[in-house]
Ligand binder design. Structure first.
Ligand code: ADP
Ligand code: MG
Length: 372
């Protein structure tokens, strides 16, 4: 197949994508597939990379992908073009970039949130992972919780606060009163549609709550205030379309106060990964069952990482969030949990590519009008 990897992107997680995508590119079976690398700059321009870039990262296995901005190799997208004419390189000698499937190894905004998936739909290009709806929905932590709650899945109790609701002192006081009536301190405050733990923090009292709300509202117009969980952080890899497979959970052991931005990206010793997580059989079974249901009810496709909390105080299990394009570096939880269960990285990628094709074919066989 012709596999086109998209990486970089207009997101705070641009750099993570450069590392994730390098791992994916290295692990695709190059005897079976031809790889096209398209780097998206922080300004949102798409550049086709030359073959040297793939060779370079294959030789230097610790290196991340770069984006060479050669204006001659700018990429454009052609509505309804499909796999032969969907993607174009400005360089006339190259022209159409034949693509059987796109693998967007992009995290966060404009990668994981349905926007780029919409572009693939318009171009009639098969792609890996969730469709537009599930991508967009899961970017919004409140909407995801509402779907899960409706399916009786255990989410962390929350109060949603919208920016316009706190525009006067009086309204703010009402919201604080509501939060204080719902929870006792500490509470956890986080932006609704951000990631990487940005703008997220624990509040031990009213002053900290006010401070954390102000900080979270710098990142989003909607903020969640949650019961603060004294949490074990348990994660699960899930793959599949209609038939869903869940892998044994792993555990993140952050060395910081919680799994914050520093622990995730800045401090190389910020967190330890323990795979499999040390759980008893009943806890494990429960988590696998919830993960499967959580994936299915969202109509997720291809692959995702579903994150849980286990309350250290009472052992209660909570669904925290879903990541529809989780970290894919060789030391990331998602591929490592699959590997621990015997699904090696190259086979995992192969599965994800095939699931993308299956999803595309199944949807393209549907009618879109009375005439076809
Ligand atoms: N209700 C909560 N109680 C305690 N810690 C939390 C809570 N919600 C989030 N956290 C901490 O913040 C981290 C980031 O929050 P999360 O909801 O996973 O958002 P994201 O990873 O998308 O930024 C979690 O991994 C956890 O360490
Ligand atoms: Mg998280």
């Amino acid at each position: 197949m012709n596999v086109t990897i998209l990486y970089g992107g207009k997101s705070g997680e641009h750099e993570v994508s450069l590392v994730s995508a390098a791992s994916v590119a290295r692990n695709i079976d190059s005897k079976k597939h031809k790889i096209n690398l398209i780097g998206i700059t922080k300004n949102g321009k798409w550049f086709l990379q030359n073959d040297n870039e793939l060779e370079r990262i294959k030789k230097d296995t610790s290196s991340s992908l770069k984006i060479i901005e050669d204006e001659k190799r700018l990429v454009s997208i052609n509505p309804a073009g499909g796999k032969f004419l969907g993607l174009f390189c400005k360089d006339k000698k190259i022209g159409a970039i034949e693509t059987d499937i796109v693998f967007p190894v992009l995290h966060g905004t404009y990668g994981e949130d349905g926007t780029i998936q919409g572009l693939f739909e318009m171009a009639n290009l098969p792609y890996c992972g969730c469709n537009v709806m599930a991508s967009a929905l899961t970017m919004d932590k409140e909407k995801t919780k509402q779907v899960w709650e409706n399916a009786n899945l255990p989410v962390v109790p929350y109060v949603t606060v919208r920016k316009f609701e706190i525009r006067t002192e009086e309204k703010l006081a009402q919201i604080i009163a509501k939060i204080e009536k719902t929870f006792s301190y500490p509470v956890f405050v986080k932006p609704c549609c951000a990631g990487s733990s940005v703008g997220a923090n624990k509040a031990n009292n009213k002053d900290e709550l006010l401070k954390n709300l102000a900080e979270a509202f710098e990142w989003d117009e909607k903020v969640l205030v949650e019961k603060n969980i004294n949490a074990r952080e348990i994660e699960c890899s899930v793959i599949g379309n209609n038939e869903i497979h869940v892998f044994d959970p792993g555990e993140i052991l952050p060395t910081h106060t919680f799994y914050n931005y520093e622990a995730k990206y800045k401090d190389p010793n910020g967190a330890k990964l323990q795979i499999p997580a040390n759980l008893n059989e009943s806890q494990k079974e429960k988590i696998l069952e919830i993960a499967k249901k959580a994936f299915a009810i969202l109509d997720a496709r291809g692959f995702s990482r579903i994150d849980f909390f286990i309350d250290k105080n009472d052992d209660k299990i909570y669904l925290n969030e879903i990541n529809t394009i989780p970290g894919f570096t060789s030391i990331s939880m998602f591929p490592k949990m699959c590997d621990a269960a015997g699904l090696k990285y190259p086979e995992l990628i192969e599965k994800i590519l095939n699931l993308g094709i299956e999803n595309f074919n199944s949807r393209r066989s549907l009618k879109t009008s009375f005439n076809n």
